[in-house]
Each structure stands twice: as C-alpha cells, then as structure tokens.
Design a protein around this ligand. Structure first.
Ligand SMILES: [Zn+2]
Length: 89
C-alpha cells in the first residue's frame, strides 16, 4: 500500500535528507541551504523559540541594567548633591 508515488525514483531516496532535529526523512525542498541538517519546520520552530528567548533575555537585561543604572544614577545624584552644601553639617 506504499505505491502512491508518482514516477519519481530520483526524488525518492536521493532527494531526501534526514533532519537532525526531528529525525524525519524529508525532501530537500523542506530544508534551507544554510542549516542544511535541520528541516524548515524545525528551523522555524527553533528560530521562533530563539526569538522568544532573545526577547526575554533582552527584557531581563534591560530590567537588570535599569536597576543598575538607577543605582548608579542615584549614587551620582547624591555625589552631585553633596558638594553643593559645601561640606557636612
Ligand atoms: Zn525536522
């Protein structure tokens, strides 16, 4: 019952590649040229995941640096505010 293939013996074995991510054998058209070992489906999923991770990482980075930046700003503000008084009380 595996004879639904149209007369394409060349596209059968030679035109297929196994995805290193999902392990499925897919036609070459299902692969990009650059990460040639990962099928488009897996690559898209991976890139989407990477985007989410990157976005989360950037958000985390901004939040972290905001706290750091604020602390630094506060320290600078304090340092600038004190010399105006001329000294200690
Ligand atoms: Zn895959």
């Amino acid at each position: 019952m595996m004879q639904g293939h149209h007369t394409a013996a060349s596209t059968c074995a030679a035109g297929h590649r196994q995805c290193s991510r999902c392990g499925k054998s897919k036609p070459l058209t299902a692969f990009y040229r650059n990460p040639a070992t990962i099928c488009k489906g897996c690559h898209n999923r991976a890139s989407r995941l990477t985007n989410q991770i990157r976005r989360a990482a950037i958000a985390h980075l901004i939040a972290t640096h905001q706290a750091e930046y604020r602390a630094r700003l506060d320290a600078e503000r304090v340092a600038r505010a004190t010399p105006e008084a001329g000294g200690e009380r």
